[in-house]
Write a protein that binds this ligand. Structure first.
Ligand code: NAP
Length: 288
C-alpha cells in the first residue's frame, strides 16, 4: 500500500462511486496492486448520492482521474454521463467501470469478464456448453451477456415470477439478438421446465441474493436438481460457502464462490486504467 509520504504531485486518483461505499474490498485490492507494480496512483472510496452522480462523473475529467468503479445504485444511471460504451456495456445496459481517455469517458462492464475469468481459474470451460443461471438482475445480465458473447451454446435463465419478469424477458430478447446465443427465461415455479434446463446443463450459477448473509439458510433452487457432475457457481461471497454450495459439495459437485468474480472484475478494470495485469495471486494472498 502506498504510504502517505509517497503521494506526490504526479499521483493519479481512481475512485469507487457507490452508496454505501465504505464496506468495499476494491480500495485494498487496487492499492495493493498499484503498490506491488510501482504505479503512482491511489484508489479511494466515495459515498456518492444519486443527485451528486453527474457532478462526480464530471469530476473524473476535471481532476484528470484515471477513472472509477461504480456500484449500487449508479451502474445504470451513469450510462447517461459517459461519452462512449464498450460493446458489452451497451448490451448489458449498465457499467461498473469508467476509463478516462484524456477527458473522454468510456463506460465498461467488467462483471461478466470477471465471472468467465473466475471459471477459467477453476478449469471450467463453458464455451460450446449449456448453462443455467438463477436470477436475471444486474449481476446475472452481465454474466449472461459475457457468456453469450464468448460462445456458450445455450443459456437457461430461471427467475421467480416477480413484477420484474416481463422486463427480464425483454432484456433477454435483446441480449439474444445482439449475441445470437439462444437464451430462455423460465419461471422458477415451473418445476418440469426447471428440471429439464438443469439436466441439460454443464454448469449451474446462482446470481440471486438468496443465501447471502444474513439469510444463510436459504436455497435459490430445489436441491434435488443438483448432481455430482454439475459444477455450481455462486456469485455470493458473503458467506464464502452458501447453503447452495454446501449442498452441492455434499453431492460431490465442484463448487465455486463469487470471490473470484470480484477479484477478476477488478483485474479487468485495473487493466483498462493502467494497461497492466493486476498481480492477482499477490492480491488474493493479502486480501482474502
Ligand atoms: P439485483 O439486480 O437486485 O438482482 C437480484 C436477483 O435476485 C433478481 O433476479 C431477483 O429476482 C433475485 N431475487 C432476489 N431475492 C430473491 C428471492 N427471495 N427469491 C428468488 N429470487 C430473488 O442484484 P445483483 O446486483 O444482480 O446481485 C445479485 C447477487 O450477486 C448478490 O448476492 C450480489 O452480492 C452478487 N454479486 C456478486 C458479484 C461478484 O463480484 N461476486 C458482483 C455483483 C453481484 P426479482 O428481480 O424477481 O426480485
Amino acid at each position: 500500500m502506498k504510504s502517505i509520504e509517497e503521494i506526490s504531485g504526479q499521483t493519479r486518483l481512481v475512485g469507487f462511486y457507490a452508496n454505501p461505499a465504505r464496506h468495499s474490498l476494491s480500495p485494498k485490492m487496487h492499492n495493493l496492486s498499484f503498490s506491488k507494480l510501482g504505479i503512482d496512483a491511489v484508489y479511494l472510496a466515495f459515498e456518492v448520492t444519486k443527485e451528486a452522480l453527474p457532478t462526480q462523473i464530471q469530476a473524473i475529467r476535471n481532476m484528470q482521474m484515471l477513472g472509477v468503479n461504480l456500484s449500487m445504485p449508479h451502474k445504470v444511471a451513469a450510462l447517461d454521463y459517459v461519452d462512449e460504451l464498450s460493446p458489452a456495456a451497451k448490451i448489458i445496459g449498465a457499467i461498473n467501470t469508467i476509463v478516462n481517455h484524456e477527458g473522454k469517458l468510456i463506460g465498461h462492464n467488467t462483471d461478466g469478464i470477471g465471472f468467465i475469468a473466475s471459471l477459467a481459474e477453476n478449469q471450467i470451460d463453458i464455451i460450446g456448453q449449456t448453462m443455467t443461471i438463477i436470477g436475471a438482475g444486474g449481476a446475472a445480465t452481465a454474466m449472461i451477456t459475457q457468456a453469450a458473447l464468448d460462445g456458450v451454446k445455450q443459456i437457461y435463465v430461471l427467475n421467480r415470477p416477480s413484477a420484474h419478469f416481463k422486463t427480464y424477458q425483454e432484456k433477454i430478447q435483446a441480449i439474444m439478438q445482439a449475441t445470437n446465443c439462444p437464451i430462455e427465461l423460465i419461471s422458477l415455479e415451473d418445476q418440469p421446465l426447471v428440471y429439464q434446463a438443469v439436466n441439460k446443463s454443464q454448469l449451474l450459477v446462482n446470481a440471486t441474493s438468496v443465501g447471502m448473509y444474513p439469510n444463510v439458510d436459504e436455497l435459490p433452487i430445489d436441491k434435488e436438481v443438483l448432481r455430482a457432475d454439475l459444477p455450481v457457481y455462486d456469485a455470493i461471497y458473503h458467506p464464502r460457502e452458501t447453503k447452495l454450495l454446501k449442498v452441492a459439495a455434499a453431492k460431490g459437485a465442484l463448487t465455486i464462490n463469487g470471490l473470484g468474480m470480484l477479484l477478476h472484475q477488478g483485474a479487468a478494470a485495473f487493466k483498462l486504467w493502467t494497461n497492466q495485469e493486476m498481480p492477482v495471486d499477490y492480491v488474493k494472498e493479502h486480501l482474502f
